[in-house]
Design a protein around this ligand. Structure first.
Ligand SMILES: *Cc1c(COP(=O)(O)O)cnc(C)c1O
Length: 397
């Protein structure tokens, strides 16, 4: 088996062989066929690349081949965004009357699909505390069809025992689907633990340069066929140029992730005992309540950390204002550091109650880029010092 750096550079070579060293961009909405028979065959070729771009395009097929090989799955497909990957898969796999289990700590969009979207279509949902190994078992009903997990979770970096959930689901004939956006296949391969489907906001680490919105879902060919069928109808097609950008980005994923991991770890260690900080959420810290589990199922802990400030909402916001390198932005996973205050960002996506249940008001999500570790650490410490000094002034006027 070639290593991941070889895979990201070569796994697409046989998909649409060409003498061009960089793959051509098939910027076309449709393909022609020489005769009726070829045309008819292309029309039903699932995850094909020669009929109509909504049905598939060589640029999709190339990047999907790399994603599947990296995740260790039979097949993969790409979509216009991470949310499109999730909603297309869910639409393909559940029907009215079914029940879906998700996590309490999960990406805001995923929470909203579970809490607000699916119930409108008669699909009931239960959100569980993923740190409790019994919680998934307790939530199972005879109608449960799908369990959605996310590990580490956005933005609290909670860890889910992937093997335990996969084993439980298998025993009950329930499908599992893991959001692997934060870990990436470099740090964790959910399929190795028995998870059926793996999905990504490829907008983040897979793309890696904050220049493309994309999603991916990987798993067994039989399930991918069903998701592809639904994808034809949702029409969340990734543009050929964006698929090409994603492939270009993913080529260097194995080079970028070790730096993201090192930066995340260094920032977490530098900040966790700072006087302005009450807690750092990072699975690579020995003090993380699930560190042992994280170390068992991950090879690295990623570049994202949650920093909780003693001074609450205002302190979190003040910290963001002081950072020199990390800009205030909703995204993550690019070469540039970005930071956000989830309590203010997710206001539009979740109700006040839903928000209060999912994120502490004093939490900052810091996504370390690939800048020099020493620069990021010095910058974050200086910003935290200002927050601490301001807090002291408030306490002793
Ligand atoms: C950003 C994100 C998503 C949503 O992906 P989009 O590409 O923005 O649609 C899903 N899950 C996680 C963990 C994310 O960070």
């Amino acid at each position: 088996m070639p290593g991941s750096s070889t895979v990201t550079v070569h796994a697409d070579r046989e998909v649409r062989p060409s003498r061009a060293v960089a793959p051509p961009i098939y910027q076309t909405a449709a393909f022609s066929a020489a005769d009726a028979e070829t045309f008819a065959r292309a029309a039903v070729d699932r995850r094909g690349q020669d009929f109509y771009t909504r049905f598939g395009n060589p640029n999709h097929a190339q990047v999907a081949a790399v994603v599947a090989e990296l995740e260790g799955t039979e097949a993969a497909m790409v979509t216009a965004s991470g949310m499109a990957a999730l909603t297309t898969a869910v639409l393909a796999l559940v029907s009215t009357g079914d029940h879906v289990i998700g996590q309490r700590s999960t990406y805001g969009g995923t929470a909203s699909v579970l809490l607000n979207l699916l119930p409108r279509f008669g699909v009931s949902t239960t959100l569980v505390d993923q740190t409790d190994p019994e919680a998934f078992d307790k939530a199972l009903t005879p109608q449960t069809r799908l369990i959605l997990v996310e590990s580490p979770s956005n933005p609290l970096l909670q860890t889910t025992d992937l093997r335990a959930v996969a084993d439980l689901a298998r025993a009950h004939d329930v499908l599992t689907m893991a959001d692997n956006t934060f870990a990436t296949p470099l740090n964790q391969r959910p399929a190795d633990f028995g998870i059926d489907l793996v999905w990504h906001s490829a907008t983040k680490y897979l793309g890696g340069h904050s220049d493309v919105s994309a999603g991916a879902v990987a798993g067994p060919a039989e399930l991918l066929d069903r998701i592809w069928d639904a994808g034809l109808l949702t029409g969340a097609v990734l543009g050929p140029f964006d698929a090409w950008l994603l492939l270009r980005g993913i080529r260097t994923l194995p080079l970028r992730m070790p730096r993201h991991n090192a930066n995340g770890q260094a920032l977490a260690e530098a900040l966790h005992d700072h006087p302005a900080v009450s807690r750092v959420h990072y699975p690579g810290l020995a003090s993380h309540p699930q560190h042992e589990l994280a170390a068992r199922q991950m090879r690295g802990f990623g570049g994202v950390l949650g920093i909780e400030f003693t001074g609450g909402y205002e302190a979190a916001d003040a910290f963001l204002g002081q950072l020199r390198y990390a800009r205030r932005s909703a995204s993550l996973g690019g070469v540039e550091s970005l930071a956000v205050h989830p309590a203010s960002m997710w206001r539009g996506m979740l109700s006040e109650d839903q928000l209060a249940a999912s994120v502490p008001p004093g939490l900052v999500r810091l996504a370390a880029g690939t800048e020099d570790t020493a620069d990021l650490v010095a910058d974050a410490l200086a910003a935290a010092d200002v927050v601490a000094a301001t807090g002291d002034r408030v306490r002793t006027p």
